[in-house]
Every structure is written in C-alpha cells, then in structure tokens.
Design a protein around this ligand. Sequence first.
Ligand code: PEP
Ligand code: MG
Length: 320
Amino acid sequence: KRRTAAAAPATPGALKDGTAVPLLANLGKSDDAAAARDLGAEGVGLFRTEFLFLNSSEAPTVADQQATYEQLLAGFAGCKVVVRVLDAGADKPLAFLNDDVEENPALGLRGIRVLRAREQILRDQLTALAQADAATAARGEGADLWVMAPMVATVEETEYFTSLARELGIKTPGVMVEVPACALLADRILAVADFASIGTNDLTQYTLAADRLLGSVASLQDPWHPAVLRLVQEVGAAGRAAGKPVGICGEAAADPLLAVVLVGLGATSLSMAPSALADVRASLAEHTLDDARSIAEAALAADGAASARAAAQAAASQTA
Ligand code: PEP
Ligand code: MG
C-alpha cells in the first residue's frame, strides 16, 4: 500500500530580501495546535482564553487552567506562544463578570479594566500560566511564553499589568494595542512593556467609532483606513526605536496585501487564522522590506480605505 508523502514543512515567513517575519496562529482552543502547525504556524501570536471561562458561573481553577496551558505550550514546544489574559466584556460578555448592564459596553468595563476590578481572577490566570511554563520547561517541552493584556489604554495600566505579571513569574509581559490612546503613546507604553501586539479589529472599531458588531456601520470597520494605518505606523516606529517587537494579531494580518503594508509600517510578526498563513507567506515573499515600506507609504497617503487599498495594489504591482 502506497503511503502519501507527508506535507513538506512550510518555510518560515520572510520577505524577498530574507527579512524574517514570523507567521503565527490565532487560536481559541489548545487542541487546535496540531492543525495550526500542519498549516505552517511558527508559533502562536494570539491564544484567546475566553473559552476557558464560558458556560461557567465562576472562574476555572488554577489547576484546570494550568492543564490547558501546558497542552498548548507542549504543542508548540520551542516556539513563541503569546497568550492573552481574559478579555471579558463588550463583544465577549461573561455572565459572572459583566453583571452590570452598560449602555455602551464596548466603552465600558472590558479587558484589563474588568480584570483589575476582579484582580484574583487575573492573579489566578497569571499563576496558572507561570506554573505551566515552568512545568513544561522542566519536562523539556517548554515554549517561549509571552503574556499580554487586552484593551490597555494607558501607561499606568501597562505598569499595573506588567509588574503584576512579572511578580507572578511571567517573563515576557506585553500589551495589546487596541485603543487609539495606546497607539499614540506607544513610545511610553513600550518603555514599560516587553512587546506590543496590535489588535486591528478593536483598533479599527475605536479609531472609526464604528461598533464591530453592527452591520449598519460595517463599511467603516475597515483596517485599510489610513487613520488606522497611521496608528500602526506610530506603534511600529516606537517598537523600532525601543528595539521591541510589534506584532499584529487582528484580522488585518490575514489580508495578503495588507500584511505587506503592516510589515512596511514596522510590524515584526503577523498572527492570523491558520487557514490564511499560506497566502500571506506567498505575498510576503514577493516584496523586499524597501518595497513593503513604499507600498505602505502609498497606502498612508490615501484619503480612505478603498483608495488606500488601490494605491497599495498599484505600488505592489510596480515592485513585485
Ligand atoms: C482584535 O481586537 O483585533 C483582536 C485580535 O482581539 P479580538 O478580536 O479577540 O477582540
Ligand atoms: Mg480585541
């Protein structure tokens, strides 16, 4: 009986000139790790932990969480794994945490704001992560664990999260850039955090003041908008100046041309749904870093999302 040849391992993400751009997976469950690796994920750029807290009237125990995190880290042994602490509220309400009815939940108690109000939940999650990190490392199946907080708006919140995470044994704490205030102060934020990861879904929602769940304003929820790109550029420049990584983990990274623009704006890694990895890898390989920067300049100079995309397409066809 003939055996089908195993798929060749995907090459790591890189631009045409060899500049490495690690291509990572967005995951929502630890048992998705094997499938993501098969699709060429070099690590995990966003592990959403909300599923652990769903369908429950209370937070999971440290031991239960630790088991899940160990499975995740062992599934990506030797790779970078970025875990996001619980992002409850707004589009991800959790019954036991978001008990007050808010008129504008996207602007309310969500992400790091809820965790701060209920600090024991955050402490337990960070403890479970640190213990999973230590346990997998002791078995020789450890990953390079980074942990980030969602919905950070201020330097003070960054200080709060990174110092608590370090105190509880997390070696590499960072923040998600999802709020324009965070992008605009990225230089100060990155003086405190070890890395930033831009969540373009929320960053677009908050930049354009367009609810990501509302179909009637969906046309405004477009990460190609030059206002969003300028904020990404701000964070990219701050990352370069500080020598700190700036990842992208929103849906924008899964658009092959926008991925090139994001790298041109200073993103150092891209994380996406695993099914998008192959097309993004192919697109990056067509352009040098200089190309990516000029394609990004063309998009930035546009007045709106559609014209930014068209300008990037025109610039890309000249450089490819
Ligand atoms: C984002 O906001 O871009 C993001 C990656 O987080 P989520 O979609 O889970 O809010
Ligand atoms: Mg988000």
